[in-house]
Design a protein. Sequence first.
Length: 352
Amino acid sequence: MDRKLEIIDPVHEKRWDEFLARQPYASVFHTSAWAKSIREAYGYQPCYLVLENADGQYAAGIPLFLIKSRFTGTRLVCLPFSDYCYPLSENPEDIAILLNAAKEDMADQGATYLEIRGWPSGIPDEELGLLPFHYHLSHSIDLKQNIDALEKKFSTNARRSIRKALKNNVLVRRAESESDLKDFYRFNVQTRKKNGVIPQPYSYFQSVYRNLVIPGVGYLSVAEWQGEIIAASIFLVYKDTIYYKYNASDRCHLGKCPNHLLVWEAIKQAYDDGLVTFDLGRCSPDDEGLRTFKNRWGAQEMDLPCYYYPVIKGTMTYTDTSLKYKIMNQVVGTMPDFLLKAIGSKVYKHLG
């Protein structure tokens, strides 16, 4: 059957989200709302490749952003600041057509490489000239089981931490205004500094809040103690999956275990809503603290490779043990918060 190749902006083409609704492996990172958040915050150019069938519907698609930076070069990424995002189609031949078109577009735009975060199940990537890079991990919880059986799979530490948070009278609620987002961001800067990582700009979280949280494609949950916010998490919800996307907390109150209560309340709500997967997101295998936290929920740990053409290159290939990463950790950890915020607002657009 004939297919017509097009380049679209998903924000202005409603058929894109209609296409996603028919795709079983579409994620929140494929949505136009996510694309709009990224474009608003960083100014990247969307160039989503689609194949249109004779009925005028999209039969296949690959979401791409063109990133141009005088510091990090020019590349096509599927998709920046996303845990994973990959071509969508039920037909391997359509995937090959899209990928070849992406390679041609890469050459036309002067891009040095193509990066795809994740790959569709059952589609042989090695036959398409892609180079896999295996480093990151993902964790997910199966919510289809009984909630009591699910809780029994939690580690002793996780169950004890939930009880400790409740004993300390930590309360969890949904965010009521952007003032709660500002508290989240304050903690985010603290957390990123502690981990030696540059924080994302506040404008990025504003875009996520405006385009996803307010319309109901997720929510901001805050943990309070004696009327004071001490931790917060951003959860995204799409189809039958909830995504634990961002978390930050006040280091002075970590002993009250607010993060464990935030996750537990989100799990219970997702179960009540009939969702089937709790996606705990991507992490580095060398980040032992975060990896242990995710494994304590009885999550399944999986490999989350990236794929490149024609070379393996870019910030996603920097491991936590690399010299560049270690130097950044040392420098960032000594900077004042105001300077970290200023740097984040300037450099993050070069890192997508």
